[in-house]
Ligand binder design. Structure first.
Ligand code: ZN
Length: 645
C-alpha cells in the first residue's frame, strides 16, 4: 500500500528522510507531498543528428515534468546530460561521474531518469549503480516502468531486472517469435479469447494469426502467483487467499490496475492453461444460439490420453499447444493444478471443512468478530485512504453484498455498511457495562439464565428420543410389508407407489425429528455458564481512555458482533475469556435458516439492552479522541444488545 494511504501529509513530512525514502513507493515519490532535492540524468549514445533531437526532446520533457512539481527542487547543476558518448564503459561517462560525485556529497535525494537503458547498459551495472547511490541516500526514480529503487523487495528487483532485460533483448525476441510460430499457427486454429491477464492480445487481420505476447509487468505477477502457490517447500506454499493479500500488499496491480486481488481472482490465474502455452477447448459452450449465451462447462484439463488396462481410451487429452511464449513451465502449471484439486478435495473431506478454503480470519480484530444478520461476515473496507490531513477511514461491509459486486439487487442482504466509529463507541459502552460497576447485576442475570436453561432442559416438550425411534421402526416395517404385499399380488403397482411415497415421507419426517432432538440434547449436555471463572474475569482491568477498547480485550471477550438492520447490534460476549476461533461461524453459502436464527433474540442469552442516542454519537465523533466530522444523516440511535455465550 502506498504511504499516503497510511499516513497523513503531516506525518509524512515529519518522517526521517531515509525512512521516508525506504517506505515510499513510486507514486509517493512522483507525487511527493514533502520537498525533495532531485537530480536528473539523461544520456544518448550516438552523435547522430536525429538522436540528438530525440535527446533534446527527452530532456525537455523530463525537465518540464520535474519543474512542474512544486515539491521537487532541481538545481541547474543537478541536470546531468551525457552527449553522444558510447557509454559502454562507466569511465567514458563524464556526466554520470559528476552525478555520482554530487551524490557522494549528499546534494540530492532522488535521481530521476527516463528508463533503465539511459541509466546503465546492462543489468549488473544497473544494480551496482543503484547500490552505490543508495549508500549516498539516493533513490532512483525510473519513469518508464514505474520503478523506485531505494528499497526494493525481491519482486521489485525481479521486475526491474526483467524490464531492463526486456529493453536489451527486445529485438532478439521478436525475431525468435516469428521463426518459432508462424508455421504452426494454421494447423492449430484460431485463438478464441479477447484478453487475458499477463498477456497482450495481438489481433491479426487473419484471425488464425492472433497471438499473445507476455505483458512486461503483468506476466511477472502471473509468474509470482505460480511461484508462491507451488513453492518447492510445501510448508511455504501460500493459498489463493494469502496470495491475494500478498499481491495487494506488495503493489501488484490487477488487470484493471487496482489492488483488489481476491482469492477467486488468483484461482482464475492458476486455472488458466494459457500461461503454460496451451488452449483448453470447450471451456464454455453456447446454450442459446440467438442470444449467444454461453455457460462454463467446468471441463477439466487432461494432460495426456489415458487408457485402461485393456488398452481402451478412457480419457482423451483436451489441450492443444498454442503459438505464444509460456509464462510458466508445464511442470509448474501441472503442479499448481495438482495442489489446487487436492486442496479442494481436502476441503470437502476435512472435518472442519475450513482450513483450506480461504476462509481465514482477517487481521482487523473487529472484522474477525463481525457477522451480518444474513450470516455472512462483515469485511473492513476503505471509506477513504489517508489524505494530507485526514487519517484513513474504514467501514464494515457485508461480504454477501461485496460478493454480489455491481449486481446489488441480486444480493440477499441489504443491511448497510457501518462506520468503524460506531463499533469503537459500542466497544466502549459494552465493555463499560460489563467491566464497569454492574458486576453484581451481571452475575445475578447470569444465574437467572442458568436456572432458565436447567428448567428448559427438564421441561422439554415433544416426543422423546425413544418414542421417535420406535415410530421409525414402525414405519420401516410398514414399508417392508408393502413390498411383500406387492410381491404376493395383494396390491397393484399404482397403489404400491402411492403408499410407499406417503410412508417414505413419513419416515423422512421422523428421521429429521430424531436428528433435531439429538442435536438439542447434545447442546443441553454441554456445560452451562461457569460462574466462578466469569466472576474472576469481571475484574479484568479495561482502559476506557482511548477511542476504542484494546484489540487484545476485544479478541479475548467478544465472541461475535452481529449487525442487524436499523442499527441494531448484538454483542455476544464470551466471559470465560478464552479466545475462540470465529471461523466456526463462517459460512460458504447463504442459508435462510441460519440467517433467521441470527435475527431472533431467542437464540441469544441477552443480558442487557441499551440505546446510544445520536447526541452521544455526535459528542463522541467530535471529541478529541475521534475528531471526525459528524454528518447527521448517517446516524440514528444505535440499539445494542449484550448477550453472553
Ligand atoms: Zn448481510
Amino acid at each position: 500500500m502506498a504511504l499516503s494511504s497510511h499516513y497523513t501529509e503531516e506525518q509524512i513530512c515529519k518522517m526521517d528522510i531515509r525512512d521516508f525514502l525506504a517506505q515510499a513507493h513510486f507514486d509517493d515519490i512522483l507525487h511527493s507531498v514533502r520537498t525533495l532535492q532531485v537530480a536528473r540524468y539523461a544520456r544518448e549514445s550516438t552523435k547522430h543528428e536525429e538522436q540528438i533531437m530525440a535527446l533534446e526532446n527527452q530532456v525537455v520533457r523530463l525537465d518540464t515534468m520535474i519543474e512542474s512539481n512544486p515539491k521537487f527542487i532541481l538545481d541547474e547543476k543537478h541536470k546531468f546530460t551525457e552527449y553522444g558518448i558510447s557509454g559502454r564503459q562507466v569511465d567514458d561517462r563524464v556526466a554520470f561521474n559528476m552525478m555520482l560525485q554530487s551524490a557522494s556529497r549528499y546534494e540530492f535525494n532522488v535521481l530521476i531518469v527516463q528508463d533503465t537503458a539511459r541509466f546503465a547498459r546492462n543489468i549488473e551495472q544497473l544494480f551496482t549503480n543503484i547500490r552505490i547511490l543508495k549508500d549516498y541516500g539516493v533513490g532512483v526514480l525510473i519513469l518508464n516502468g514505474n520503478h523506485w529503487t531505494y528499497n526494493m523487495t525481491e519482486t521489485d528487483i525481479l521486475r526491474l531486472a526483467i524490464d531492463a532485460g526486456m529493453a536489451q533483448g527486445e529485438s532478439m525476441r521478436t525475431a525468435k517469435r516469428v521463426s518459432d510460430g508462424v508455421e504452426s499457427y494454421r494447423a492449430r486454429g484460431q485463438l478464441v479469447i479477447s484478453g487475458i491477464f499477463g498477456y497482450i492480445y495481438e489481433k491479426n487481420i487473419d484471425k488464425r494469426l492472433n497471438t499473445l505476447t507476455p505483458h512486461p509487468v503483468e506476466s511477472i505477477t502471473v509468474k509470482r502467483i505460480f511461484d508462491l502457490y507451488t513453492h518447492p517447500d510445501p510448508q511455504k506454499r501460500m493459498g489463493s487467499g494469502k496470495i491475494a493479500d500478498y499481491l495487494n500488499e506488495n503493489n501488484y496491480k490487477t488487470a484493471v490496475g487496482d489492488l483488489n486481488w481476491s482469492a477467486s481472482k488468483v484461482v482464475r490465474v492458476l486455472k488458466n492453461e494459457k500461461y503454460m502455452g496451451y488452449i483448453l477447448y470447450g471451456k464454455v459452450k453456447v446454450v442459446d444460439t440467438i442470444k449467444k449465451k454461453k455457460v462454463a462447462t467446468k471441463i477439466k484439463p487432461i494432460r495426456e490420453d489415458v487408457y485402461d488396462k485393456d488398452g481402451n481410451l478412457i480419457k482423451k487429452c483436451n489441450l492443444v499447444k498454442g503459438n505464444w511464449t509460456p509464462i510458466v513451465s508445464e511442470e509448474v502449471w501441472w503442479l499448481a493444478n495438482e495442489i489446487r484439486t487436492k486442496r479442494a478435495k481436502e476441503y470437502i473431506y476435512s472435518e472442519k471443512g475450513n482450513i483450506v478454503t480461504g476462509l481465514r480470519e482477517p487481521k482487523d480484530i473487529i472484522a474477525q468478530k463481525s457477522f451480518c444478520q444474513c450470516g455472512y461476515t462483515r469485511s473492513i473496507q476503505y471509506v477513504h485512504v489517508a489524505t494530507q490531513k485526514k487519517e484513513a477511514q474504514f467501514r464494515y461491509t457485508c461480504r454477501c453484498q461485496i460478493n454480489s459486486g455491481s449486481h446489488k439487487e441480486k444480493s440477499v442482504c441489504h443491511v448497510p455498511a457501518v462506520s468503524e466509529v460506531k463499533l469503537w463507541l459500542m466497544s466502549l459502552k459494552v465493555f463499560g457495562y460489563i467491566f464497569g460497576d454492574s458486576k453484581d447485576e451481571i452475575l445475578y442475570t447470569i444465574n437467572l439464565l442458568k436456572e432458565a436453561q436447567k428448567y428448559k432442559q427438564k421441561n422439554r416438550t415433544g416426543k422423546s428420543l425413544e418414542d421417535l425411534e420406535s415410530e421409525l421402526k414402525k414405519v420401516e416395517t410398514q414399508i417392508e410389508n408393502l413390498y411383500l404385499d406387492k410381491l404376493s399380488g395383494e396390491i397393484d403397482a399404482n397403489m404400491f407407489k402411492k403408499l410407499t411415497v406417503r410412508l417414505e415421507e413419513e419416515k423422512a419426517g421422523i428421521e429429521k425429528g430424531i436428528r433435531d432432538r439429538q442435536l438439542e440434547e447434545a447442546r443441553d449436555s454441554k456445560e452451562t455458564f461457569d460462574i466462578e471463572t466469569i466472576e474472576k474475569k469481571l475484574n479484568t482491568y479495561v482502559d476506557f481512555t482511548g477511542r476504542k477498547v484494546s484489540d487484545e480485550l476485544i479478541d479475548m471477550f467478544v465472541e461475535r458482533i452481529i449487525y442487524r438492520d436499523n442499527d441494531e447490534f448484538v454483542w455476544e460476549m464470551n466471559l470465560s475469556g478464552v479466545r475462540k476461533n470465529t471461523i466456526d461461524y463462517r459460512i460458504k453459502e447463504y442459508s435462510e435458516e441460519f440467517a433467521k436464527s441470527l435475527q431472533n433474540d431467542d437464540n441469544f442469552n441477552i443480558l442487557h439492552t441499551f440505546i446510544i442516542s445520536t447526541e452521544e454519537c455526535q459528542q463522541f465523533m467530535e471529541s478529541s479522541r475521534v475528531g471526525r466530522r459528524f454528518v447527521k444523516k448517517y446516524w440514528k440511535p444505535i440499539t445494542v444488545k449484550i448477550a453472553i455465550k
